[in-house]
Design a protein around this ligand. Sequence first.
Ligand code: ADP
Ligand code: ADP
Length: 234
Amino acid sequence: RTVVEAKQLRKIYGSKGNVFTALDEIDLTVQEGEFVGIMGPSGSGKSTLLNMLATIDQPTSGDIVIDGTSVLKMNEEQLSVFRRSKLGFIFQDFNLLDTLTVKENILLPLALAGMKVSELERRVDEIVDKFGIRPLLNKYPYHISGGQKQRTAASRAIVSRPSLILADEPTGSLDSKSATDLLESLKDLNEQDQTTILMVTHDAFAASYCKRVLFIKDGRMFTELVKGNTSRKD
Ligand code: ADP
Ligand code: ADP
């Protein structure tokens, strides 16, 4: 099953005489159960690409189909429902709410969507051991470490059972031990539950957890690395 199909993506910023092509002719297909990395130097277009796939920004041209739905045809209201049900986000700086406990942070999106308390309890119980956060559930973010915060954020990303996890530099703020713990858990999630993960990273160690790594430079995909095989595109 194809989870992501992006075709001929182009993103041009600016207007009149002051335009910049941030993405050019990007094609990307991700199958269910893949763990794909996106690497490239600063300014190469990684965040721009991730924002398109996250449906928070639109390409200038091209097409994006996620889980069978053409996302460029949806309006804002449909997109917000789509993001909530189909996508899980993990950011570099965690994006937790300091006034809520770990458990409340994880369940907030589902609670806002109107899910019943009994079902919320069942969901949290289902995922709480995947990132080892059971002992943290009643703590507040300022009482836990960076690694624990990211494992909380990762738990929040999967609680809605999304079709696709989008992770933007998830290890960027973590020490080496916490980064390894997080990556090991993401790997288990990918291998055991067939969760599809797309991860932007600067970190070669993090990229080594991916089964396939795409390299972007100046807005163009130029190399793809699959388990030791390198193949040059164009
Ligand atoms: P415009 O079409 O008016 O030039 P853009 O859509 O290109 O606007 O820019 C959107 C926002 O991103 C603007 O607020 C702009 O200030 C900001 N921005 C401009 N250049 C950059 C850049 N190089 N990197 C990140 N953000 C930028
Ligand atoms: P990366 O995530 O690989 O560092 P980005 O996707 O953030 O790269 O940026 C790619 C290029 O597009 C950069 O040259 C950046 O300055 C430019 N850029 C990003 N956002 C905007 C914007 N809103 N307006 C104008 N230029 C932008």
